[in-house]
Write a protein of this length. Structure first.
Length: 233
């Protein structure tokens, strides 16, 4: 929560406290999650080698369980941004295999558990980055389906927001600027925002639009909206 609100210093202090407590208690799960949080901080700050270092340290202490699954997912996301498709698939396969060995969680709203829908969300991110548009679109649609109640209310608004950005990226690559901007704006419009993650993927769409549609008014307007959100933090 502290990191989502933009207070990196306090968030890192809280994370280090959890890490210390986990180490002193010999609790591999708490220690593993502390390293997973470090990996996520590094990912949203563009420090992809730092993500890999944090995930490897965490996996050495917590080689199984929910923390290990998410460490693998964070590592896959870093490898995707470093352009190593083979390592992406290895990390995703490792995480999926561990996840399938775990019982289905009682409370999927708990932040520190990983369910199949959450892992689909991570796979979506990876396939968007490596340019596998068909797979990225498939996972994005599944994320939205599994995160939305029958009455249309959203159980997981941040997952849905990033899924919409993914659909926007796919639309932009296919030449559909109107749909790309519409998806991007839908993602920015939600009341609940985890700004580090949302900005990270929204900037990916913004960069794509800047490169492919540098003179289109709709693209320029979206770029301005992403910039305004970033500077308002």
């Amino acid at each position: 929560m502290e990191y989502d609100m933009g207070d990196r210093r306090v968030a890192e202090g809280t994370r280090k406290s959890a890490l210390t407590l986990g180490q002193e208690a010999g609790n591999a799960a708490i220690t593993g999650w502390a390293y997973e949080m470090r990996a996520w901080y590094a990912l949203t700050q563009g420090d992809y080698r730092g993500v890999i270092a944090a995930t490897e340290a965490g996996e050495a202490i917590a080689p199984s369980g929910g923390a290990a699954v998410q460490l693998a997912a964070q590592q896959a996301k870093a490898w995707a941004r470093l352009g190593d498709r083979r390592q992406v698939e290895r990390a995703l396969d490792r995480g999926r295999g561990m996840l399938e060995s775990l019982p289905y969680p009682d409370d999927t709203d708990h932040h520190f558990v990983v369910d199949p829908a959450k892992f689909d969300f991570y796979a979506m991110d990876c396939y968007r980055i490596v340019g596998e548009d068909r797979l990225a679109e498939m996972y994005a649609q599944e994320v939205i389906r599994s995160s939305t109640n029958p009455d249309g209310t959203e159980q997981k608004p941040m997952r849905n927001a990033e899924a919409r950005v993914t659909l926007g990226v796919v639309a932009a690559r296919s030449g559909d600027l109107e749909r790309a901007v519409a998806y991007g704006r839908d993602a920015l419009g939600g009341e609940r925002k985890s700004l580090p993650s949302l900005l990270m993927c929204s900037k990916e769409l913004a960069t794509l639009l800047r490169e492919r549609y540098p003179h289109e008014a709709e693209a320029i307007a979206y770029l301005d909206e992403v910039h305004a959100l970033a500077t308002a933090r």
